[in-house]
Ligand binder design. Structure first.
Ligand code: ARG
Length: 463
């Protein structure tokens, strides 16, 4: 065991306690950020006259060497180190001797770990933002190609009114756009540097916390040292945003699973993104979509876990907080792989335009438009609703659609029906007349699509 403490102890730590307490097995992934934070810290210590130029150079060179060796595989994370902070500091001391012992001046592992996590999360947010942006580009491509692809729109999973594939995809575009803006909000709110808060009450060294914050591209230092070392709000916000991303992916997955079924056959998932059955030779299953839907529960679990961990923790740092890492890392990993695979599945999926159109043509998706037709001819809407309701009942009985009835048959329900009704309730008219902002009519869709193109040209807004 290579611990950073031990002076006040008379016994070795129990082996199981050591294992239980140690975090290197999972916080090793913070190595780059831990070193980045240390380099900024010693740069600041030197500018403040707390370390000499020589000590600073020795420490920074030592840290860079450790980074290099971790990355080229020659330095392994072995079990005798408690956590990533002890690992880096012990190796630094082994490599450069006494100067290494000065690295931790004016710092505690409490503000150090708070910093490392923030640096790590900032990078992860940028990565997730990038892959969601890629998903949005794929969605936009489908939207552009399918402004004229008619399909039924549903409420209560019952066919309601006709829409287009472009419009349907556009709904998801909005959801993922909001997801990006949530990530950007979190980034902005968390972007204050905790380093220099010490264990909880700051330090007596003349640290320049503003300089440290600048060196690490934060918007400034945090303003209360107790809060700095015990704030995990941003992780809760992040896990909530990640849960929302998964919820969106899960809804989308659910639709794709249904659409890929023999009953709908609206889409066909590419062979590369489907799997077979060990017993039923005919099967081609939508496992990717199902796994994305399934993993949503796991990411929600991380959020609940983090909220629960934090709820009873008195100020300031307590070891409970070490539990923030595994759940957060797991949620990040799951979200990243899910977004990436989902985007690829979507990009390679075939849409069955004929099936979608047939489905939109059946099931009285034009009933609202038939009622609106009567309204245009002067019938009050409530009466028109009643007339079309009886008409639909009649059609169900006759196994016909509204447009299959002759004008004489229609006139039995209302004498305002004229020949122009057929045009008024055709699938094309039903969709193309919907031109309010956000509606599926092609002209309305084109406006929205061009806004989306502008939006995708913007850089990540969190910085
Ligand atoms: N591994 C610890 C964590 O993740 C680092 C901070 C340790 N601080 C302490 N006072 N033991 O929270």
């Amino acid at each position: 065991m290579a611990q950073l403490w031990g002076g006040r102890f008379t016994k070795e730590t129990d082996q199981m306690v050591y294992q239980f307490n140690a975090s290197l097995s999972f916080d090793k992934r913070l190595y780059k950020h831990d070193i980045q934070g240390s380099i900024a810290h010693v740069t600041m210590l030197c500018r403040q006259g707390i370390l000499s130029e020589l000590e600073k150079t020795q420490i920074i060179d030592g840290l860079k060497g450790i980074l290099l060796d971790i990355e080229n595989g020659s330095l392994q994370f072995t079990e005798e180190y408690e956590d990533i902070h002890s690992f880096v500091e012990s190796h630094l001391i082994d490599r450069i001797g006494d100067a290494g012992k000065k690295l931790h001046t004016g710092r505690s592992r409490n503000d150090q770990v708070a910093l490392d996590m923030k640096l790590y999360i900032r990078d992860e947010i940028k990565q997730i933002d990038d892959i969601i942006k890629n998903l949005l580009s794929t969605l936009l491509k489908i939207m552009e190609e399918h402004t004229g692809t008619y399909m039924p729109g549903f409420t209560h999973m019952q066919k309601a009114q006709p829409t287009t594939l472009s419009h349907h995809m556009g709904a998801y575009f909005e959801m993922f756009k909001r997801d990006r803006s949530r990530l950007a909000d979190i980034y902005r709110r968390m972007n204050y540097c905790p380093l220099g808060s010490g264990a909880l009450a700051g330090t007596t060294y003349p640290l320049d916390r503003t300089l440290t914050a600048e060196l690490l591209e934060f918007d400034g230092p945090t303003l209360n040292s107790m809060d700095s070392v015990s704030d995990r709000d941003y992780l809760i916000e992040l896990l909530s945003a990640l849960s929302t991303i998964m919820m969106h992916l899960s809804r989308f997955s659910e639709e794709i699973i249904a659409w890929n079924s023999d009953e709908y056959r609206f889409v066909e998932i590419d062979d590369a993104f489907s799997t077979g059955s060990s017993i039923m030779p005919q099967k081609k299953n939508p496992d990717i979509a199902e796994l994305v839907r399934g993993k949503t529960g796991r990411v929600y679990g991380s959020l609940i876990s983090m909220l629960t961990t934090m709820k009873g923790i008195p100020l300031a740092y307590n070891k409970d907080m070490q539990e923030d890492k595994e759940v957060t890392f797991d949620a990040l990993d799951q979200v990243k792989i899910c977004v990436v695979l989902f985007e690829q599945m979507l990009g390679t999926m075939k849409f069955r335009l004929d099936r979608m159109k047939d489905s939109a043509t059946n099931g009285f998706t034009n009933a609202t438009d038939a009622a609106d037709y009567l309204v245009l001819k002067g019938v009050p809407f409530r009466d028109a609703h009643g007339i079309i309701g009886s008409l639909v009942l009649h059609c169900i009985d006759q196994k016909k659609s509204i447009e299959d009835l002759t004008i004489e048959e229609l006139k039995q329900f209302s004498d305002v029906f004229e020949q122009d009704v057929y045009e008024a309730i055709s699938l094309k008219t039903c969709v193309e007349k919907r031109l309010t902002i956000g509606a599926p009519g092609i002209e309305a869709m084109k406006q929205v699509i061009s806004l989306h193109h502008e939006y995708l040209k913007e850089e990540f807004s969190g910085m």
